[in-house]
Design a protein around this ligand. Structure first.
Ligand code: ADP
Length: 233
C-alpha cells in the first residue's frame, strides 16, 4: 500500500476576489521507502502539495490518503494526532529553539510522547545524534552552529519520533550548494539505512539530481511523475 495517495487533488485559495488554483487535479502515489524530489519553479504548487502530504491542509476537491486514511474524514484533533504520529518536518529555516542545545532540540518532540521512558528517549536521541554526526556538538546551543549543522539537527529532530514520512520544504534553500548537497546525501543515506520515506521540494537542478525519483510540477499540475506507470495512468 502506498504511504501517500493523491487522487484528483485540487486546491484553491481566495486572494480577495481572485481564485488562485494552486493544485489543478493531481494524481500521485508514493510508496514506503521512496526518496523523492518535488521539483518545479517558484509558485508551481510544491509547498501546497507538501502541506497535503503533511496533513497541514486538506484539498478543496479530490482525495488525499496518508497511510491509507482519507485526511478529509478526520476531525482537526485527529488530523493533528495523525500528523504528529506519521510525519517528520524539516524546514528551510531549520526552526530550532535557539536556547536549547543540540541534544535538547532533538529530544523536544519526544517529550510529547508520554508513553516513552527516560532511558528509551535518551537512546533514541543519541542514536540520531550519531546518525547525523553531531556527537561532538551535543551541548552546543543552536545559535552556535553553522547552517549545515543546524539542518543536521533538524533532520535528527524530524527522525527521532520514527515517522512514516519525512517532509522537507526546500531544505537546502538557506545553505551554500556544497553544504546543501551534503545534507541531501545525508538524507539519502538515512533513507537507505532506516527505510524512512523522504519527500523534499526544490527548484535547484543539482539537488534534484540526488533524488531517486523526481516528480515535476508546473502551474499546479504534474508534468512528469518520474515513473512510466503513473504517466500512463
Ligand atoms: P511553490 O511552493 O512551488 O513556490 P506554492 O504551493 O507556495 O508554490 O504556491 C502555489 C500558488 O498558490 C501560488 O500562486 C501561490 O501564490 C498560491 N498560494 C499558496 N498559498 C496561498 C495562500 N495561503 N493564499 C493564497 N494563495 C496561496
Amino acid at each position: 500500500m502506498p504511504v501517500v495517495e493523491l487522487k484528483g487533488v485540487k486546491k484553491h485559495y481566495m486572494l480577495g476576489q481572485t481564485r488562485v488554483e494552486a493544485l489543478r487535479g493531481v494524481d500521485l502515489d508514493i510508496d514506503g521507502g521512496e526518496f523523492i524530489a518535488i521539483a518545479g519553479p517558484s509558485g508551481s504548487g510544491k509547498s501546497t502539495m507538501l502541506n497535503m502530504f503533511g496533513c497541514i491542509d486538506v484539498p478543496t476537491d479530490g482525495q488525499v490518503k496518508i497511510d491509507g486514511k482519507d485526511i478529509s474524514s478526520l476531525s482537526d484533533k485527529d488530523l493533528t494526532r495523525w500528523r504528529r504520529e506519521k510525519i517528520g518536518f524539516i524546514f528551510q529555516s531549520f526552526n530550532l529553539i535557539p536556547v536549547l542545545d543540540v541534544y535538547e532540540n532533538i529530544e523536544f518532540p519526544l517529550l510529547l510522547d508520554r508513553s516513552l521512558g527516560r532511558k528509551e528517549r535518551e537512546a533514541l536521541v543519541m542514536r540520531f545524534i550519531d546518525e547525523v554526526g553531531l556527537r561532538d556538538r551535543i551541548h552546543n546551543k543552536s545559535y552556535e552552529l553553522s547552517g549545515g549543522q543546524r539542518q543536521r539537527v533538524a533532520i535528527a529532530r524530524a527522525l527521532v519520533t520514527r515517522p512514516l514520512i519525512v517532509l522537507a520544504d526546500e531544505p537546502t534553500a538557506n545553505l551554500d550548494s556544497e553544504t546543501g548537497t551534503r545534507i541531501i546525501e545525508l538524507m539519502r543515506t538515512i533513507n537507505e539505512e532506516e527505510k524512512t520515506t523522504f519527500v523534499f521540494s526544490t527548484h535547484d537542478a543539482h539537488i534534484m539530481g540526488e533524488a531517486r525519483r523526481v516528480v515535476r510540477i508546473l502551474d499546479g499540475r504534474i508534468v512528469d511523475a518520474g515513473r512510466a506507470a503513473e504517466g500512463a495512468a
